[in-house]
Ligand binder design. Structure first.
Ligand SMILES: Cc1cc2nc3c(=O)[nH]c(=O)nc-3n(C[C@H](O)[C@H](O)[C@H](O)COP(=O)(O)OP(=O)(O)OC[C@H]3O[C@@H](n4cnc5c(N)ncnc54)[C@H](O)[C@@H]3O)c2cc1C
Length: 367
């Protein structure tokens, strides 16, 4: 008998497993994938650390989360500065004076502010994402850097997407290409596998990979006192109210032997609509040093989701949030199982959010 069966060895499951093991609990941690780490899992090829499920950059304002991560894994400084490509031109991201200089040819913040103001479309109550973006950032920024990327990402026209997806568009009036505003930012010195390995390095944790909970539900419920479920909440309840919708991604990872530097930057976003992918990651640029004579790239293709495919981004519109609320009400009535992580909560979380959620949950477990 285990004290806990944790379903899903992503960050949420691993932080919970570590904390519970430190509290003297026994844990059976399982994942249907063949590897632990969930979406932060990495693999090393030709001496290059490959982020298997897309670029993962750690950033947080939480001292507690940053302290926790550094306790388990050596982190190093990394400043994320992606590039946007559209129609043969490149632009710095996030939107800052370098971007505006390229877009408007103006190099003074006061000038740029005026130009953006002139370019804005006066729409009082934006009815969709397009109107919202035109009202907030103006035509040039919207058509060059937002429209194509967003439509590919969500598989729908910006006119069909809710305005609420974009609450505000930060326009940075300094020449600063650091993508994130958070106080603490970085990457593991080695890889996220080190963080996961340290979290799971307890004799009280038994790990099983390649095991799908739903195929062994009865047995697993029988051998554990509590269940922490980090898979999709609707799947746990056999979709009794319906299916929560997601957007999926396909990753195409390629070993390039003709060059050791194919794009000169870790992340290149493709913001035009003539190209079907949204971004290409060149993994070696996440590393401080890399002497490999080859280079590995991963291109991300947004994809339609259906049950059975990997869930990446929750659709999170009114219909789906109402459905989630019904599952949440059902979940609250269970005494043996609790839900957590991005799939259990049906919410997009960054890594720091998930870690903080797990730490706060652990704070409440004292016995
Ligand atoms: C493309 C992409 C890029 C991202 N980039 C960043 C970034 O740069 N910075 C950042 O902070 N965050 C980023 N994130 C978010 C980050 O990936 C998540 O915050 C984090 O991985 C969530 O951890 P989790 O444990 O909740 O979920 P997951 O990592 O998804 O773990 C859940 C695990 O549960 C397993 N599972 C599900 N159902 C079952 C079942 N029935 N039986 C057994 N196992 C099951 C799954 O296989 C999975 O391994 C990104 C996310 C995506 C999709």
């Amino acid at each position: 008998m285990y004290d806990y069966c944790i379903v899903g060895a992503g960050l949420y499951g691993c932080v919970m497993a570590d904390g519970l093991a430190k509290r003297g609990k026994t844990i059976l941690l399982l994942d249907k994938r063949e590897n632990v780490g969930g979406n932060v899992a990495c693999e090393v090829k030709d001496g290059i650390v490959i982020h298997k499920y897309g670029a993962h950059i750690f950033h947080t304002d939480s001292k507690r989360v940053w302290g926790f991560v550094n306790e388990h894994c050596e982190m190093r400084q990394y400043c994320h500065s992606p590039i946007a490509y559209n129609d043969g031109q490149i632009y710095n991201l996030p939107f800052n004076m370098n971007t505006f200089y390229k877009l408007y040819g103006a190099d003074m913040p006061s000038q740029v502010k005026e130009l953006i103001e002139e370019d804005r479309v006066a729409i009082k109550n934006p009815k969709n994402l397009e109107e919202q973006a035109l009202a907030l950032a103006g035509r040039r920024i919207y058509y060059t850097l937002i429209k194509g990327y967003t439509e590919k990402q969500w598989g729908r026209s910006c006119r069909e997407l809710p305005a609420s997806i974009i609450k505000r568009i930060p326009l940075r009036m300094t020449f600063d290409n650091n993508y994130f505003n958070d106080k603490y930012q970085g990457l593991p010195e080695k890889s996220y596998n080190e963080l996961i390995g340290k979290l799971l390095n307890h004799p009280r944790i038994t790990i099983m990979t390649g095991v799908d909970f739903k195929e062994h539900k009865e047995v697993l419920e029988g051998v554990s006192r509590h269940i922490i479920y980090t898979g999709s909440i609707d799947e746990y309840f056999d979709y009794c109210y319906g299916v929560l919708e997601y957007r999926s991604l396909e990753f195409r990872t390629v070993r390039n032997t003709h060059t050791d530097n194919s794009q000169g930057v870790a992340v290149m976003n493709y913001t035009g609509d003539g190209i079907s992918y949204t971004r290409t990651i060149e993994h070696r640029h996440f590393m401080k040093e890399c002497n490999s004579p080859v280079t590995w790239t991963t291109t991300e293709y947004p994809a339609k989701w259906e049950v059975g495919k990997e869930r990446y981004y929750p659709i999170g519109d009114e219909k789906n949030l109402a459905l989630y609320a019904r599952y949440k009400a059902l979940a609250d009535k269970q005494d043996k199982v609790e839900f957590g992580g991005r799939l259990g909560d049906y919410k997009y979380y960054d890594m720091d959010d998930v870690i903080l959620k797990a730490l706060e949950r652990l704070d409440t477990i004292n016995d």
